[in-house]
Design a protein around this ligand. Sequence first.
Ligand code: TYD
Length: 233
Amino acid sequence: MSQSPKRGKFITFEGLDGCGKSTQLEKLASVLRAEGIDVLTTREPGGTEIGERIRAVLLDSRTNGLDPMAEMALMFASRAQQLAQVIVPALEEGRWVLCDRFTDSTEAYQGGGRQLGSDAVLQLHQVLCRGLWPDLTILMDSDVEHSVKRARRRNQAASDGAQPDENRFEQESTAFFTRVQQAFRTIAQREPQRVTMVNARRPAEQGLASSGHPPACFVRFPLRALDLACASA
Ligand code: TYD
């Protein structure tokens, strides 16, 4: 009789635009792969063909007049597709999934930034994502001004070349991103067993400083890997 493999781990990275989470995600993935773990990396919005089309609508600065509720619905549409098509099947096969953003981003950006509130986000998550939460979320806490400047520079450079325009959120105000940052911190305080906040301001060679108590059961290993990934930056 064939044995079903052990379910994989689901790890998400969160933080402000330009905080460096995508780089850390890739570094963690390579450290885990070197340890023999089968890792899948993906991102939100996006991660599927349909999701990437939704991403283009959401992030293109030429998308005008998108209602905040419609914006939130599109974030969840992309996520529901990616859960069904990519994330749940991979976890069931025993693979580890590292995802750049997940529902915490919707709570921070649409719930906090757009002021739609957390309740709407959490209710939609319950229905559309069937309440599936990551085993671990690494929240990279960074300075608003510095991160947003970095994201603007990067996206501007990308869209000057042949890359798609992904500047819509970067045009938001400092007040918007300050609300996003506050919402992320509130989530970390509310769910310390899942969310570990790390200081993303430290130079890479010092590693990421964890300011929370990592969930004891399995996080010790990825966090060690994260430090290793930083050290080898
Ligand atoms: P991302 O590609 O991670 O941007 P960056 O690399 O600049 O951090 O995310 C795209 C943008 O989408 C980012 O500005 C945050 C926003 N976003 C939301 O507003 N809500 C969401 O639910 C998600 C997943 C992303």
